[in-house]
Design a protein around this ligand. Structure first.
Ligand code: DWN
Ligand code: ZN
Length: 420
């Protein structure tokens, strides 16, 4: 496959009424971090389309997943906030649902470094995972030869299939089917062939009448209302409201029976789905009504959003330029995918002295599209900044708590530019 292809129809309803509403221009891949300034950085179109039939927002292209996820640098467990969120989910699921066995099973799709699996394991679940990136799959297994005596490997290891979760890979793992709980946090938005994913899910749930699927995705209403345009990047193929998810899951006879909202990752919805039979919680209808009330099924909502993006971008550039005129230093904290996007789309590379990130896999690399280096936290102490740009604003409290002692001011870019 060429490294990307153009979307031909809506990935949920297969309709052709796709209307572009935001074009962020040719943009580097947010997590493909170059090692050297002269490394070739590929750019790809970054345009968002609105489906007038099912209201799914989606990118106009699909970048080859192998390009995006083979050497994947994002590690979920770097954030304590996210680990706490995983703990809340595991505890709530254990308390909320009755399982046949006192050792229920849980499988996490695209389990990254195992942040969620470990929390379900602590709650007494037998856990497994799928993860396409080899290094992350090894980390999720907790399979650390050095510290685990050979005869004790089994007790620490979590079985993880180093593959994408597809109908084919699911069918190949026949012995694995029948989980009580199947989870996928920040996955559905990354999947191009959603029907293939759903067929794999149906297959996985085939042998367990009471199986439940729990999926978490960034919520498009929050993205729009909080102007979180930097979360639009090539890994995020789709931007969900409940409505298109409902259409997709009902098409595969796995109706969504409950939905919850969480602040994590800038605002996310958690959907619960199962085979027909469970009572549909009022939260489902309430959210559909909410989306209708806030005109999320109207194109004009998205045309207005595009203007807000332009205004926020101008505001951020003015703020940054004003600070640089005072000859102050600016450091970005968080080489997040959204941060890479923000820096590129607003042309901030020339104003940022360096970036800090606590992810070892990101350190020593560069922000793509710039010559800005990513350093470990220790650089804050050897080269303290006047201002810290919170490029991982979704973890604002956690980042401020860790850096307060430096006495720097903070630039918060989203939902509106503020200096605190
Ligand atoms: O969907 C996705 C979300 C869930 O995560 C993926 N496609 C990619 C990724 O997006 P992101 O990189 O924008 O996510 P985060 O979790 O907002 O990125 C935070 C960045 O900040 C990471 O690179 C880690 C870094 N960080 C840090 O260095 N120290 C974060 C915290 C909380 C810290 O204390
Ligand atoms: Zn559609």
């Amino acid at each position: 496959m060429n490294k990307f292809k153009y979307l031909s129809s809506c990935r949920v309803c297969k309709g052709y009424n796709l209307k572009p509403y935001l074009d962020l221009g040719n943009t580097p891949l947010s997590n493909n971090l170059p090692k050297y300034p002269f490394d070739k950085v590929e750019v790809y179109p970054l345009k968002v389309l609105f489906c007038e039939d099912c209201s799914l927002s989606q990118l106009s292209i699909v970048v080859d997943p192998k390009v995006l996820y083979t050497d994947y640098v994002y590690h979920s467990s770097v954030s304590q906030t996210f680990k706490d969120h995983c703990r809340q989910m595991a505890k709530q699921v254990k308390d909320q649902f009755k399982f046949k066995s006192d050792k229920p099973t849980c499988m996490d799709i695209a389990c990254n470094d195992g942040a969620l699996l470990r929390e379900f394991k602590k709650e007494g679940f037998i856990v497994r995972g799928y993860e396409p990136c080899k290094e992350l799959a090894d980390e999720a297994r907790g399979w650390d030869f050095k510290s685990t005596p050979p005869d004790n490997l089994g007790s620490t290891m979590i079985p993880v299939i180093n593959e994408f979760f597809t109908e084919k890979s699911s069918n190949n793992q026949r012995s694995w089917i029948g989980e009580d709980v199947i989870t996928a946090t920040n996955v559905l938005g990354h999947v191009h062939d959603l029907d293939d994913f759903m067929k794999a899910l149906v297959y996985q749930m085939e042998k367990n009448e009471d199986a439940i699927f729990i999926g978490e995705v960034p919520y498009l209403h929050t993205l729009i209302s909080h102007c979180e345009f930097d979360t639009i990047y090539h890994e995020h193929l789709s931007y969900f409201l409940l409505k298109p998810l409902k259409i997709l899951f009902e098409r595969h006879n796995l109706p969504i029976f409950k939905v919850e909202y969480y602040d994590i990752h800038g605002g996310s919805i958690r959907i619960y789905a199962s085979k027909p039979g469970r009572e549909i919680d009022k939260s489902v209808n309430d959210m559909i009504l909410f989306e209708e009330t806030y005109e999320m099924y109207e194109f004009k909502t998205y045309a207005d959003f595009a203007h807000q993006v332009f205004d926020l971008r101008e505001d951020l550039i003015d703020t940054i330029q004003g600070i640089k005129k005072l000859d102050k230093s600016i450091v970005a904290y968080g080489a997040s995918a959204k941060g890479v996007n923000l820096i590129n789309h607003c042309g901030l590379g020339k104003y940022i002295d360096y970036v800090i990130d606590d992810t070892p896999a990101k350190q020593g690399k560069l922000i793509p599209g710039t010559s800005v280096q990513i350093h470990p936290f220790s650089k804050f102490d050897t080269d303290p900044p006047d201002y810290i740009l919170l490029t991982a604003w979704n973890f604002k409290d956690e980042l401020i708590k860790k850096t307060k002692y430096l006495g720097a001011k903070y630039i918060v870019p989203v939902p509106e530019v503020e200096v605190i």
